[in-house]
Design a protein around this ligand. Structure first.
Ligand code: ATR
Length: 272
């Protein structure tokens, strides 16, 4: 990597941020396309001052992660309409000190689902009611899909279902629903709770496609059982990859080197 007087700086802001895999993925992409750009990690506590710093220093773009995805919104100059609906921003595009906020999590989820679901025509059972489910739910609707929501905590699920204007079921009381895909947007099954799974194996029998957003382990119990009953599956690494791909494309206006980003991200995940 060569850094010189015209190198443009990009980065991720979060707290903590030292374990982020985004620097490796984005720097690999910049290098693959011979772009004079570098991507670093910023551990941020004061969001307002950080954004002023980004403006003042001519930073090109920023990934936003926990715990700043919601609080950053009040400090933006403009916001993308879908990000506004979701109420969370994971990407900043900074041009002439003007900061515009986007959400690429939903784009990442839709892209990850593409090989296994025909989205505009699909009915998707979405599990969860946290930030991830919210982004994925609005994103699916953006693509024209019908969302059915399920969550453990009924009040929380009903609140998101109201915002999405969609059907809701308690997770513990899922009837046989006719859906084209199931997306787990809860943290059920994540390391170290690898023996947990959100739905019974038998429930998966009539669902053609299953995506899990949990990426550690790579194959969750949900995905293992889904494969056993013949579902097409996508693991959580792909949403992570494609939200980054969408960020690269916003920042550069170019098609991202997806293969390079995938290789870098997946090998980092394997060794982390
Ligand atoms: P994020 O912002 O990453 O989506 P979150 O806001 O903490 O994270 O949301 C986590 C989601 O996983 C919630 O839907 C949560 O269900 P509740 O609303 O009932 O808390 C769900 N979740 C996490 N662990 C769970 C478990 N063991 N069983 C059922 N649902 C679980």
């Amino acid at each position: 990597m060569k850094v010189n007087g015209t190198t443009k700086i990009y980065g991720i802001m979060g707290n903590p941020v030292s374990h982020s895999l985004s620097p490796a993925m984005h720097n690999a992409a910049f290098q693959a396309q011979d772009l004079n750009k570098v991507y670093v990690a910023f551990e941020v506590t004061d969001v307002a001052r950080a954004l002023d710093g980004f403006r003042a220093l001519g930073i090109g773009g920023i990934s936003v992660t926990i715990p700043h995805k919601q609080s950053v919104i009040t400090h933006l100059d403009t916001i993308d309409p879908v990000a506004k609906k979701i109420g969370a921003v994971n990407t900043l595009l900074i041009e002439d000190a003007h900061i515009r906020g986007y959400n690429t999590d939903w784009i990442g989820a839709n892209q990850a689902l593409k090989p296994i679901v025909d989205l505009p025509a699909a009915t998707v059972l979405l599990l969860g009611a946290g930030g991830a489910a919210r982004a994925i739910g609005f994103g699916l609707q953006e693509k024209g899909a019908t969302v059915i929501l399920a969550n453990r905590t009924v009040e929380k699920g009903q609140a998101l279902a109201r915002d999405l204007n969609c059907e809701f079921h308690p997770l513990a009381d899922l009837k046989d629903l006719k859906v084209d895909a199931l997306v787990n947007a809860t943290s059920i099954g994540m390391t170290p709770n690898v023996e947990e799974t959100p739905v019974a194996k038998a429930f998966l029998k009539h669902i053609p496609a299953v995506m899990d957003i949990v990426y550690s382990p790579q194959e969750t119990r949900l995905l293992r059982e889904a494969k056993q009953v013949g579902c097409k599956t996508v693991d959580g690494r792909y949403m992570l990859l494609y939200q980054g791909v969408a960020q690269f494309e916003l920042w550069t206006g170019r098609k991202a080197p997806v293969d390079i980003m995938r290789e870098k991200l997946f090998s980092q995940l394997d060794s982390s």
